[in-house]
Ligand binder design. Structure first.
Ligand SMILES: Nc1ncnc2c1ncn2[C@@H]1O[C@H](COP(=O)(O)OP(=O)(O)OP(=O)(O)O)[C@@H](O)[C@H]1O
Ligand SMILES: [Mg+2]
Length: 410
C-alpha cells in the first residue's frame, strides 16, 4: 500500500488575529509564538488548531484533539455580568461567562485554556484530597491543652501589661453578661505586639487558664502552608466551635504573615483568610463569649480592615523588659527550680539590657544543665553566672551572624 507522507508540520493554536485578520498569532506547544501573514484574510478563529509548515509557509486546520490540552479545575469565586472569576489552585482567572452553562458561586468547574469553562463537575468547592478533611477532630488539634500549673506569678515584671490584659480579656470573658447589660461595646479582638520571645503566647495562655476558657492556637504561617486551600473552612469551624464554649480565647499567632503577604501567589489566599477571620468576628452574636488575640511583630503592616472598630481595636505592646522587669522575670522563671538562696538576680538583670524574656529564661536551662553535670541537685551562684555567660555567648554569635547577613545583603 502506498502511503502519502506530508512534510513535517507543527501543531499550533490560534492565540489572536489582527483586526483586519491578515495576521494570525499562533502559539506552539513550547509556548513560543509564530506570526503568519497572508495577503488575504485568515479563515481561522481564536482557539482553532492548525498545522503550520514553517518551510513551505502553509497553515491548515488541524483536528482539535491534536492539541491535547490539559484541562484545569477551579472554583467559581465571583459572578459578574458576562464574566466569571475562577480560583485555580490559588490563582485567579477572569473568564467570559459561558452562555450555555448555569454557574453559581462555589461551583467546581473544569475548562480549557482555549475554550474557557466547559463543565460544572460539582455544585460545591473542590477539596484538596491530599489534605485531611476539616471536621471536629481537626478542630480539636487546635485546642491547646492548658498548662494548669501556669499562673500570673510565672509571668515576671510588666505589671502594666498584666493589668491591661486582665482588663481587656479576663474581665470581659468573666463578666460578659454584666457588660452586655450595661450596653458596653464587646471586646472582640486584642492585638499583642512585640518582638519574639517577649511573652505574648505565655500571657495569653495564663489568661485562658485563669478565665477557665478554651484556648485555640492558630499559627498564621501554618494555616497558609499546611492548611492551604482549606484554611477558610478551618477558621470558620474553629470559630463555630469556640462559639459553643462558655468562654474561649482564639489565639492567632503571627497574623502579619497573612496580612502582609506580598507574594503574588499567596496574596489572594491570605486576603481570603483575613476576610474569613473578619467575617467570623463580625458574626459574633450577643451569646458569643470569645476574645480573639492576634500577635504581630509588624503592626504597621497589618491590613487596615483588621484594625477597625469591633475587630482588633485594642492593642497591648510587649516592650523589651527594663531593669526592674528583668529582675522580676529572672525570679519568676526560676520559681519552681531548686536553687540556693540569695542568687544575684540584680547583678544579672543589670548585665542583660535588651535581652528578651525568653533569653532570660534560657539562662536557667543552661544553669540547670551545669548544676546536673557537676552532680548538684540545686542551682548555685556559679551555675547561674555561667548560665548567663553561655546565653550571652550564644546571643553574641547569633547577633554577629545576623549583622554579617545584613552587611552581606547591602
Ligand atoms: N514575663 C515573663 N516572665 C517569665 N518568663 C517569660 C516571660 N515572658 C516570656 N517568658 C519566657 O519566654 C518564653 C517565650 O515566651 P513566649 O513564647 O510567650 O514569647 P512570644 O512573645 O509568644 O514569642 P513569639 O513572638 O516568638 O511567639 C516563655 O516560654 C517563658 O519561658
Ligand atoms: Mg508566641
Amino acid at each position: 500500500m502506498d502511503a502519502e507522507i506530508s512534510p513535517p508540520q507543527v501543531v499550533a493554536r490560534v492565540k489572536r488575529l489582527s483586526e483586519d485578520r491578515s495576521t494570525a498569532f499562533l502559539e506552539l506547544r513550547n509556548g513560543s509564538i509564530v506570526t503568519c501573514t497572508t495577503s488575504g484574510i485568515w479563515n481561522l478563529e481564536r482557539g482553532d488548531i492548525a498545522f503550520v509548515d514553517t518551510e513551505g509557509g502553509t497553515v491548515e486546520f488541524a483536528p482539535e484533539e491534536l492539541w491535547d490540552e490539559e484541562p484545569w479545575v477551579g472554583v467559581v469565586r465571583l459572578l459578574s455580568p458576562g464574566q466569571v472569576v475562577i480560583d485555580v489552585g490559588g490563582r485567579l482567572k477572569i473568564l467570559d461567562e459561558p452562555l450555555d452553562i448555569d454557574l453559581r458561586e462555589g461551583n467546581t468547574v473544569t475548562g480549557y485554556e482555549s475554550r474557557g469553562i466547559t463543565q460544572v463537575i460539582s455544585e460545591d468547592p473542590v477539596r484538596y484530597i491530599d489534605l485531611p478533611t476539616v471536621d471536629s477532630v481537626t478542630v480539636e488539634q487546635f485546642k491547646a491543652s492548658p498548662d494548669r500549673s501556669l499562673s500570673f506569678e510565672d509571668f515576671g515584671g510588666h505589671a502594666d501589661i498584666k493589668e491591661r490584659a486582665r482588663e481587656l480579656i479576663e474581665v470581659p470573658l468573666e463578666h460578659r453578661e454584666a457588660l452586655t447589660r450595661i450596653g458596653a461595646r464587646p471586646i472582640k479582638g486584642v492585638l499583642f505586639t512585640g518582638l519574639p520571645g517577649t511573652g505574648k503566647t505565655m500571657l495569653a495562655k495564663i489568661i485562658a487558664h485563669r478565665a477557665d476558657a478554651e484556648f485555640y492556637e492558630i499559627s498564621g504561617p501554618e494555616i497558609l502552608s499546611k492548611w492551604y486551600g482549606q484554611s477558610e473552612e478551618l477558621i470558620r469551624k474553629i470559630f463555630e466551635d469556640a462559639a459553643t464554649q462558655e468562654r474561649a480565647i482564639i489565639f492567632f499567632d503571627e497574623i502579619d504573615s497573612l496580612a502582609s503577604q506580598r507574594n503574588e501567589d499567596s496574596h489572594e489566599a491570605s486576603r481570603r483568610i483575613v476576610g474569613q477571620l473578619l467575617s467570623a468576628m463580625d458574626g459574633f452574636t450577643s451569646d458569643t463569649n470569645v476574645v480573639v488575640i492576634a500577635t504581630t511583630n509588624r503592626p504597621q503592616d497589618l491590613d487596615g480592615a483588621l484594625r477597625r472598630p469591633g475587630r482588633f481595636d485594642w492593642e497591648i505592646d510587649f516592650p523589651p523588659p527594663n531593669l526592674e522587669d528583668r529582675r522580676a522575670i529572672l525570679e519568676a522563671s526560676a520559681r519552681r527550680l531548686n536553687k540556693a538562696e540569695n542568687l544575684p538576680h540584680s547583678h544579672i538583670a543589670e548585665k542583660t539590657a535588651n535581652w528578651t524574656p525568653a533569653e532570660l529564661a534560657a539562662i536557667w536551662s543552661e544553669a540547670a544543665l551545669l548544676a546536673v553535670m557537676e552532680s548538684r541537685d540545686a542551682i548555685f551562684e556559679d551555675d547561674y553566672v555561667s548560665g548567663y555567660e553561655r546565653v550571652a555567648q550564644y546571643r553574641r554569635s547569633t547577633a554577629h551572624k545576623s549583622s554579617e547577613r545584613i552587611s552581606g545583603e547591602s
